[in-house]
Design a protein around this ligand. Structure first.
Ligand code: GLY
Length: 408
């Protein structure tokens, strides 16, 4: 395994704690509550916000209605569900919980469709089962203790485990498991899918879910991270020999650039794997990724959509900023008191949260976080709300507001 560089943090501002109080976090959360209440007028029952807005207004997509025209939302409906669970946890108002519980049934139906009807119609032939079910039925189980939600979560974990390739020690991201072009491809985003397996392992320890998740995280930490601590979006493994093949991108600027959200999935995801496995290699690698990320921020501390761009007037991706900020906090919480980066990461998290709250909060009540990017080269969702950015920003605020039990 090659050594990964831990850059020195260049911006000395991160050595002091920014002035952004808990009361200000709560103030932002209160504004979010108003936005969500407005969004709920349009999005309820089987109407969910699409993956990204158009001219800062979300269209609607059904969790149970799939066709070629809404494929971009195939992995994203649960972010709205997750926002509702967070709103319930923040306010205690049951209306959010009742709506989110309807979603649990909808996600159950999606799995039932997979088994009983046309598999493609269920839209579950990919690894993003983790995003879909961690924020819906796992959250339901963790917040309300629902046995049915647990049962559905375990069904989802089983489906996800079918994507594990033992020889390569990865979960294949997309496509049919026998598709020559997709077989053996992992993507860094999967860091947030494997928590579903860690979760399920606590209830079904005989199914090897923990080992699959741990192996996948280990393989990703070995090959998806370059020596300079930037990351590939996707990496191809040889599924016969288990040997690494090559890295490439799907949503980044180029194969050799560093897609900001990919880096953020790493900064958040590896520390989550640490919390389950206690393997310190994940913290070590996450530190390298974090420093690379922090050293490429523009002056306002909100990253551009690919870290090849560092200029102040570049196209921001606030979703990457919010995800990375959660990772910095998680990383900070896991590091020893003696590690000087512990405080640096906390400060950086707060600085990013402050910038997002003050400059990027939605102003038209149609979404939560402005200036997200979904897929730049696909010309999809550029300088728009993206529902995952909205979700992770609210999770970030909740984590700073109280001692919150993650859905991951
Ligand atoms: N997981 C896909 C994305 O981050 O856009």
């Amino acid at each position: 395994m090659s050594k990964v560089i831990l850059e020195e943090i260049k911006n000395k501002e991160f050595y002091s704690t920014p002035n952004f109080t808990k009361a200000e976090v709560a103030e932002t959360l209160d504004k979010v509550v108003h936005i969500v209440d407005h969004m709920m007028l349009k999005f309820h029952d089987d109407s969910f916000p699409r993956a990204c807005s158009k001219d800062y207004v979300y269209g609607s997509v059904g969790n149970l209605e799939w066709d070629a025209s809404n494929n971009e939302s195939i992995w994203t409906t649960s972010f709205w569900t997750g926002i509702l669970w967070l709103m319930y946890e923040y306010t205690g108002n049951e209306k959010y919980m009742l709506e989110a519980k309807k979603h649990s049934e909808s996600f159950r139906e999606r799995i039932d469709r997979y088994y009983n009807e046309d598999q493609n119609k269920a839209g579950l032939n990919h690894h993003d089962l983790g995003f879909l079910y961690s924020l819906s039925t796992v959250a339901d189980y963790k917040v309300t203790g629902s046995k049915r939600a647990l049962e559905t979560s375990l069904m989802a974990a089983k489906l996800l485990s079918n994507r594990y390739i033992d020889k390569a020690k990865i979960l294949q991201a997309w496509g049919d498991m026998n598709d020559e072009n997709q077989r053996g491809r992992m993507i860094i985003d999967c860091n947030l899918n494997i928590p579903l397996l860690y979760f399920a392992d606590q209830f079904e320890p005989d199914k090897q879910y923990y080992q699959m998740a741990y192996n996948h995280a280990t393989t990703a930490s070995q090959y998806i991270i370059r020596e300079d601590a930037s990351t590939y979006h996707t990496f191809h493994m040889d599924t016969e020999t288990g040997k690494p093949r090559f890295g490439s991108t799907h949503q980044g600027y180029s194969d050799e650039s560093c897609w900001a959200r990919g880096q953020a999935w790493g900064i958040m995801g590896f520390p989550i794997s640490y919390t389950y496995t206690k393997d310190k290699i994940f913290l070590e690698k996450a530190k390298c990724l974090a420093n690379y990320f922090l050293n490429r921020l523009p002056k306002d501390k909100v990253c551009n959509w690919d870290l090849i761009f560092t200029e102040d007037d570049g196209q921001r991706d606030t979703s990457a900023a919010a995800i990375a900020a959660i990772g910095l906090l998680e990383l900070s919480n896991s590091l020893e008191e003696t590690d000087e980066l512990k405080k640096v990461y906390y400060n950086a998290c707060l600085a990013i949260t402050k910038a997002l709250s003050q400059k990027y909060l939605g102003t038209n009540q149609e979404g939560i976080l402005k200036s997200g990017v979904y897929f730049y080269h696909g010309n999809l969702g550029i300088e728009e709300y993206v529902i995952f950015g909205d979700y992770f920003f609210v999770e970030l605020l909740m984590r700073l507001y109280k001692d919150w039990n993650p859905y991951w």
